[in-house]
Design a protein around this ligand. Structure first.
Ligand SMILES: Nc1nc2c(ncn2[C@@H]2O[C@H](COP(=O)(O)OP(=O)(O)OP(=O)(O)O)[C@@H](O)[C@H]2O)c(=O)[nH]1
Length: 628
């Protein structure tokens, strides 16, 4: 019996891939991705379901209906149905709630929860109404595996230069027209560029294509590139390049991928691998098709009428024109004449060109544009926003400057937050690590030991386990993923050390594996929620009560046992009864404030309570962190 790919059937039936997957889910049919295959029997079943959903018209007969409209119809129907259901259930529930014995407060809380849920549904429905936007793709991989060649092939075959014979300038990104619509490529290949944009808080790429040469297979930078894409949680496609070469061995690449837990579809996994040749163009159409499929599943949408938001891709200074910055429009529409703010600078868009060099007046989501108008060169990854006018731009910048100054001040005097003292409450903590070692053998040994170190409360997440000295790319990755870099028997270069220092990344080198493991133990401990225990400090008898106009009553006491500390917890007993529990807010010896007083001495104890009496016994204790 023949098998058919899921996306092929979706296409045939004229339904979206996401809808197709939800039908399969309902039927309980397992699949890895839209490119998995299903049995012909199942296809018939699905055709029946789709036809039924359309009022029994033959499914295939409807494929020429314009799809986006159909999608919208379905969405609006669902939304309306959902809203109707919510309304109905509300009417139904009100008397029931009245009988349910819930208090007014609980009812109000319930109503609030319902309102929140309705708002969430409305937001999701509103988002589902927004138009799709083109995917933004980045290409990463090992040196010489063909990233640039692949980009060049796509550019030359899929981009029509607007000016006849004109050489299009490199602007950091280009738009390719494919049979499935626009795909935008970031044309500075490599994971460092990708992560340096992320390091500034921007996420530009929606999909990462990892290029692996079929004659070379997995290489150190392939692993790095994969680690960078995984850390960014960006979906990945693997392009197995150079398949035109006689020595090309795509099967070996697939087998090698399984060794790093990326299982290709042919092996039963969900990693899409596409054989391509940047030289002959073989497979490039397939790659573009898979990019579109992935984009469809990601359901990328943006509001062209919404508030403008963009990211700087790159910028340069042209001797004649001045600063030329490439901005990726992410939300809203950018227009000539707009006031833009980047960090603490602003500029007015004087002129705008698209990535093919054509002059344009406005640009919507997922469009890279080169703009003229900034007086200073912004950096890649900086976020761009728009203001109404110059005055608003200046105000926004003034606010940012003030915030920066405050943050700089705050950094100078570290303040302890409740989180610092108690640790974030009962969440599983993750220690992110980048491991570097001299050989595959030592890497495996280290990872084997680390795997046993994980606890229920602390997980170890190895972002990258690479052979050879750490790179500046590792430092970047560590800074975006908040990771520690541990090196075994490899020495970081001066430049890498400096980069780590600048970014305040912990980078440590070891010659003995167990010293490295000790460090991991320390990192795990640092992430465990500290456990505190109440420990007895001492006891005092109140011999007289001294009235004090400013600090309140002071218990003139004698320490009969142990010691008292300022800030300790206090418990006051009168006879057999505990009459108060609070804190020691002050301690005095004669007229002086002191931190502690020991057994056998008299002192004044100031509690955060005014009703202490002669004859009371005060017991002091403190919370102490205990070793786990
Ligand atoms: N035969 C063959 N050669 C290719 C193919 N793709 C790239 N090459 C060659 O491989 C070499 C490296 O290609 P590049 O595109 O520069 O590789 P890259 O990954 O961009 O390299 P870096 O920019 O140095 O990281 C060049 O000599 C290309 O001509 C291909 O599909 N087939």
């Amino acid at each position: 019996m023949s098998k058919i790919r899921i996306y092929t059937i979706a296409k045939e039936l004229g339904i979206e891939n996401a809808e197709m997957l939800s039908i399969l889910d309902d039927l309980g049919i397992e699949y890895k991705s839209v490119s998995s295959t299903i049995e012909e029997d199942t296809v018939e079943l699905i055709k029946g379901i789709v036809a039924e959903g359309r009022g029994s018209a033959p499914a295939v007969a409807q494929t020429d209906q314009p799809q986006p409209e159909k999608q919208e119809e379905v969405n609006t129907d669902t939304v309306q149905n959902d809203q109707a259901k919510t309304e109905k259930s509300r009417v139904d529930q009100t008397p029931a709630q009245a009988d349910s014995g819930l208090s007014a407060e609980e009812l109000a809380e319930l109503a609030e929860l319902e309102a929140e849920e309705a708002a969430e549904q409305a937001a999701a429905a509103a988002r589902a109404e927004l138009p799709h936007r083109a995917p933004v793709v980045t290409i990463m991989g090992h040196v010489d595996h063909g990233k640039t060649s692949l980009l060049d092939y796509i550019r030359s075959s899929k981009v029509a230069a607007k000016e006849a014979g004109g050489i299009t300038q490199h602007v950091g990104a280009f738009e390719a027209k494919t049979s499935k619509g626009r795909v935008v490529f970031i044309d500075t290949p490599g994971h460092e560029a990708f992560t340096s944009i992320r390091a500034r808080g921007a996420n530009v790429a929606d999909i990462a294509v990892i290029v692996i040469a079929a004659d070379d297979s997995l290489m150190p930078q392939t692993r790095e590139a994969i680690a960078h894409a995984q850390a960014a949680k960006v979906p990945m496609l693997v392009a197995i390049n150079k398949v035109d070469l006689a020595q090309a061995d795509p099967e070996r690449v697939k087998a090698d991928l399984t060794t790093i837990n990326l299982v290709p579809e042919d092996y039963g996994g969900d990693v899409i691998t596409v054989p391509v040749s940047a030289r002959t163009g073989e497979g490039v159409e397939d790659l573009l098709e898979y990019i579109s499929l992935t984009a469809e599943l990601e359901d990328l949408r943006a509001d062209p009428k919404g508030e403008f938001g963009g990211v700087i891709i790159e910028s340069r200074v042209d001797k004649q024109a001045g600063v030329l910055a490439t901005v990726m429009v992410q939300e809203g529409t950018l227009k000539v004449g707009d006031f833009l703010v980047v960090g603490e600078n602003y500029g007015k868009v004087k002129a705008m060109t698209d990535s093919a060099g054509g002059r344009i007046k406005e640009a919507g989501p997922s469009t890279p544009v080169q703009i003229l108008g900034f007086s200073e060169s912004p950096s890649s990854g900086e976020l761009v926003s728009r203001t109404e006018n110059e005055h608003a731009a200046r105000e926004l910048i003034a606010g940012r400057e003030e915030k920066r100054r405050e943050e700089e001040e705050a950094r100078k005097k570290p303040k302890l937050s409740l989180d610092d003292i108690l640790g974030p409450l009962s969440e599983v903590q993750t220690v992110n690590l980048i491991l570097r070692a001299d050989t595959q053998g030592s890497l495996e040994a280290i990872q084997g030991i680390l795997a046993k170190k994980e606890t229920d409360d602390v997980k170890l997440n190895v972002l990258l386990a690479g052979i050879g000295a750490p790179t500046e790319g590792d430092v970047l990755l560590a800074s975006t993923a908040d990771a520690t870099i541990l090196c075994f028997s490899v020495v970081p270069s001066g430049a890498v050390k400096k980069a780590a220092e600048n970014k305040e990344i912990d980078l440590k080198s070891y010659r003995i594996i167990y010293e490295m493991i000790d460090e991991v133990d320390r990192l795990i401990k640092g992430n465990l929620e500290p456990v505190y225990e109440e420990q007895y400090l001492g006891r005092a008898e109140v011999r007289m009560v001294i009235r004090h106009p400013k600090t309140g009553n002071i218990a003139g006491s004698y320490i009969t046992d142990g010691m008292f500390k300022r800030g300790a917890k206090a418990m006051v007993t009168r006879g057999k009864e505990v009459v108060y529990e609070g804190n020691v807010v002050g301690l005095k010896r004669f007229k002086d404030d002191v931190r502690e007083v020991r057994q056998g001495l008299e002192c004044g104890i100031n509690l955060d309570w005014d009703e202490v009496q002669e004859g009371d016994i005060i017991e002091a204790s403190e919370m102490v962190e205990v070793e786990q």
